[in-house]
Design a protein around this ligand. Structure first.
Ligand code: ADP
Ligand code: MG
Length: 265
């Protein structure tokens, strides 16, 4: 019987507080180069978290580890109460509800915006089977809802290849949302965007908060300020500090890492 005194095998994974995602003591080396070193990271459900850090800090590798693209050498990577992600492959992790958006948008350029979302809906499989099947009213409603969320309603019938860079990024976020993920990992969404597109992206991410747990990797500090949520600073594969935007911007070690000098007294 599983009791508090005899918690059973799964309790080994449980923590005093339940996080939706937890990394503990994670290490990863590539041919001797330590990309991730003793990384600890925890996310609350519904949170919008920003990760910053210099180039090569290990930000993308951290997402690779969460999504099963890269296996950690050591450490725990857990989803929810008792799912050990290090035992699962990329596909299985995605099916659990962890969606990732890479830096460069990858959309079906010869299909319309509407079709792109349709192809991404939960349960949709191949381009062939989707586009030659009949769309249900429920699917149509869901697609319209996603298009509205990402601000592409009036582009529904445009070929995705004709969208601006920013619009392609939103479409790809929409394609992720169509799968209704619990956790959304977004790598540098504002890279290459105009200021106006960047601002709209911030509004989009805020609108998703609470409905999904979101991790945003970013280095545009204006954008980070707009998001105004807890920031984790990665440096050399390790968390250097965590806190509000102001706290991390005034942190001596962060200033040293970013600017290569000590803060003036
Ligand atoms: P960031 O996203 O913070 O800029 P990355 O996570 O992409 O940093 O990279 C961290 C370090 O790990 C870099 O030095 C990078 O060259 C190295 N790295 C990442 N992935 C691999 C890989 N698959 N093979 C070899 N080295 C890698
Ligand atoms: Mg990166």
């Amino acid at each position: 019987m599983i009791t508090a005194a005899n918690p059973g095998p799964n309790r080994a994974l449980a923590h005093p507080k339940d996080f939706i995602l937890l990394l503990e003591g994670v290490n990863k080396a590539f041919e001797g180069f330590k990309a991730i070193t003793d990384l600890n990271f925890a996310l609350d459900e519904g949170e919008l978290r920003i990760i910053i850090g210099p180039n090569g800090a290990g930000k993308s590798t951290m997402l690779d580890i969460i999504t099963g693209r890269t296996r950690p050498d050591t450490g725990r990577v857990e989803f929810g109460r008792d799912t050990d992600l290090t035992k699962l492959n990329e596909y299985q992790i995605n099916r659990l509800g962890i969606g990732r958006k890479f830096q460069t948008p990858s959309v079906y350029i010869d299909h319309t915006v509407f079709e792109n979302i349709w192809l991404s809906l939960e349960g949709s499989r191949t381009v062939w089977s989707t586009l030659f099947s009949r769309i249900s009213p429920a699917q149509r409603d869901r697609i319209q809802e996603v298009l509205k969320t990402v601000g592409l309603t009036d582009k529904a019938n445009s070929k995705a290849g004709l969208l601006s860079h920013g619009q392609k990024q939103w479409l790809e976020i929409g394609m992720l949302l169509a799968q209704n993920p619990k956790v959304l990992l977004v790598d540098e969404p504002a890279a290459g965007m105009t200021d106006e597109e960047t601002h709209k992206t911030g509004e989009l991410l805020h609108s998703l908060e609470g409905k999904h747990t979101i991790v945003v990797i970013e280095h545009d500090m204006t954008f980070v300020r707009q998001l105004a949520r807890k920031v984790t600073v990665l440096h050399q594969g390790h968390v250097l500090c965590e806190g509000s935007v102001d706290e991390v911007q005034n942190n001596e070690r962060v200033i040293e890492v970013y600017l290569g000098r000590k803060k003036k007294a």
